[in-house]
Design a protein around this ligand. Structure first.
Ligand code: RUQ
Ligand code: CUA
Ligand code: CA
Length: 644
């Protein structure tokens, strides 16, 4: 597939293309045909990719090739898209280190099979999983003093509107919450400090935007009245993972951002039209970035100024335009932003939110102090908070920062990354037509969506590395059937010119990711036995305990054997097998599989897991260790005898 047209268009045509995309044009672009729109400005430097870049150690690029035994200097947390997991990468090498299962079963660790993971994932009355599909897009980590504190990360499931929390000490998912009253939960962002108690300078809440409108409650009413469908913005408690409150809004939500002072959360809205049809969602020339005054919302909830919807107990406050026209009492403020914006990102200096235009070739810079002024009644019109609205290229989607005043925005349609200077853009917008805000452009392969730079969304943005998630890889990798991988590209942004360093194929479909310094995490590599209330702490506790038809099998593992060489149950018993790995040696993981019973999971050092199944097939079943642990790994077995 080499059909990517790279012919520069005549300047008029370029200018025409660079005006707003109307409904018809966007409709025509809905397919892969988008790949044809990649006119290249004559000035675009075409950085040479590997292998040249590999040899420039010492230059701005440095080496991204890790010698054997060498460790990466950054972690990357990547969403796994419709694999429903989170991926952990080492950067700059791009090596994938692990995947953390969240929303979808995982065969390696037994996620979705063990009782512990099922409890986190959620089950139906019959004990089976409530959901087995997911669509993760956005991942962000908890903050302290404006930087990551290494406690948690969160990730969304757009399909079933769930938010999962990852413990960053063990790299495991420990809680999942399903948001009520919404569909299409997409954007997610933790607050960076407490909006009410200024002494709390770490994450306490996570904000969640819902894209799709639904009838409220969605229980069969208003089916054919899309004009009554509504969307909500939700706040989840970072510790309890309970939904604290929701805001009923006009329009919808897309991505989310929070301010460094904790006071403001925001979501971009591409469907202020409340449209139910494709063309309706694109009928308005401007949509909005919707701001929330978090402290006022919490005060309203405290004062009982809320309702609840259907069976949900979550307080819902009124954030509609009509009810929030008076700035002095408003819970929300709708800043107008051109046509169907997508990403909204907070600059690391704490001053601005930048909205990427998507169907408008612009980025809009909103000054947060002015938004606060409006809420204080000191600014007469909320749109005066817009301090720049500049053209950057076609299809702007997401923006990253280098901590030196530059923004990096992906241009989906142009297949480019544009580096632009925020201060210069503000000057240009203010009338200084000599202000050159575009600093550099780099062609990408192909159709970039997400972008993030090392430490970009923290006060410690270091402008070292930047990664781009390209939606199409086309010809960049060996063909392997019709499904192409995505292409995650690594770019050195330490110099004036951006340098493309590497392509990495990834299994579909990562969306957003964050990159941060490895020192910010303190991972543990051995569990504490006490993390597990059902731990079998001593091999002597092993055995079979019968309680009617319920049988509990307790077992431990220590390389190369299980504490029970055999165990007996009777046909029809409900068997709960608890296995604690008593090995304390780092990297000494065991597996436990039972043939014909669909059981397989792993236990890491000092970890306990359990499974429950009906022993419905009499016979001999060699349970065995599936994870290579010892020279006698193959001999590491236990015999399950099911008496007829
Ligand atoms: S959104 S491009 Cu979730 Cu941009 Cu993926
Ligand atoms: Cu234990 Cu392999
Ligand atoms: Ca719209």
């Amino acid at each position: 597939m080499n059909e990517v047209a790279r012919t520069p268009l005549a300047s008029e045509a370029v200018r025409g293309r660079r005006s707003f995309l109307n409904t018809a044009a966007a409709a025509g672009l809905a397919g892969v045909g988008m790949s044809a729109c990649s006119e290249k400005p004559a000035s675009a430097p075409t950085a040479k990719a590997v292998p040249g870049a590999h040899s420039n150690a010492g230059e701005p690029g440095g080496s991204i090739h890790m010698k054997p035994g060498e460790l990466d200097t950054y972690y990357g947390l990547w969403s796994g898209g419709h694999n429903g997991d989170m991926r952990v990468l080492g950067l700059p090498s791009g090596r994938e280190i692990t995947r953390i299962p969240c929303f979808v079963p995982d065969a390696l660790v037994g996620w979705g099979l063990t009782n512990e993971s099922k409890k986190i994932m959620g089950t139906k009355a019959d004990g089976s999983l409530k959901y087995t599909v997911a669509d993760t897009h956005h991942t962000h980590a908890s903050y302290k003093d404006g930087n990551y504190d290494g406690r948690y990360a969160w990730i969304n499931d757009k399909i079933n509107s769930r938010i999962a929390r990852i413990r960053l000490d063990y790299f495991i998912c420990d809680k999942i919450t399903e948001l009520p009253n919404v569909q299409g939960f997409h954007g997610i962002f933790p607050d960076k400090r407490d909006p009410v108690d200024a002494a709390i300078n770490h994450t306490t809440r996570v904000f969640c935007g819902a894209e799709f409108h639904v009838p409220l409650p969605n229980t069969g009413g208003d089916l054919d009245k899309p004009e009554n469908y509504r969307s909500l913005f939700s706040c989840v408690d970072a510790e309890s993972m309970e939904v604290r409150w929701q805001v009923l809004i006009d329009g919808n939500c897309d991505l989310a951002a929070t301010s460094y002072d904790g006071k403001l959360a925001a979501t971009n809205q591409y469907n202020t039209e409340n449209g139910a049809r494709f063309e309706d969602m694109m009928s308005a020339e401007r949509d909005a970035c919707l701001f929330f005054d978090v402290a006022r919302i919490e005060a309203a909830v405290k004062a009982g100024k809320f309702k609840t919807i259907g069976d949900s107990k979550v307080p819902v406050v009124d954030g509609t335009r009509a009810s929030n026209a008076d700035a002095k009492t408003a819970l929300t403020a709708y800043v107008s932003v051109p046509k169907n914006p997508h990403g909204v990102n907070a600059s690391p200096d704490g001053k601005y939110f930048i909205c990427a235009g998507k169907l408008s070739p612009t980025c809009t810079v909103i000054e947060l102090s002015k938004v606060l002024d409006w809420f204080d009644g000191k600014l007469d019109k909320i749109d005066k908070a817009i301090v720049a609205e500049v053209e950057v290229g076609l299809g702007p989607l997401h923006t990253a920062f280098d901590g030196r005043g530059n923004a990096y925005t992906t241009l989906f349609l142009d297949s480019q990354l544009v580096k632009w200077n925020v201060d210069a853009a503000i000057k240009f917008h203010a009338g200084d037509k000599n202000a050159k805000y575009v600093v550099d452009r780099l062609d990408l392969q192909y159709q970039p969506g997400h972008v993030n730079a090392s430490q970009s969304e923290t006060k410690a943005a270091d402008g070292r590395w930047l990664a781009v998630g390209c939606k199409f890889s086309k010809d960049r990798f060996l063909p392997a059937g019709p499904l192409h991988p995505e292409n995650e590209q690594l770019i050195d942004i330490s110099g004036d010119k951006m340098v493309l360093m590497a392509d990495h194929p990834v299994r579909g479909e990562p969306h957003d990711f964050i990159i941060f310094k490895r020192e910010l995490l303190r991972p543990k590599q051995i569990y504490a036995l006490d993390e597990f209330p059902n731990a079998v702490k001593d091999p002597k506790e092993s055995g079979v305990v019968r309680n009617g038809r319920k049988v509990t099998v307790k077992m431990t593992s220590q390389a190369p054997s299980f504490s029970l060489r055999e165990f007996r149950v009777k046909r029809g018993d409900e068997v709960t097998l608890i296995l604690t790995n008593l090995d304390k040696v780092e990297d000494l993981t065991h597996g436990f599989a039972i043939p014909k019973y669909n059981v397989n999971f792993i236990v890491n050092p000092q970890e306990t897991k359990s499974v429950t199944f009906i022993a419905d097939k009499p016979g001999v079943y060699w349970a065995y260790c599936t994870h290579f642990c010892h020279a006698l790994h193959l001999e590491m077995r236990s015999r399950m005898i099911v008496e007829a």
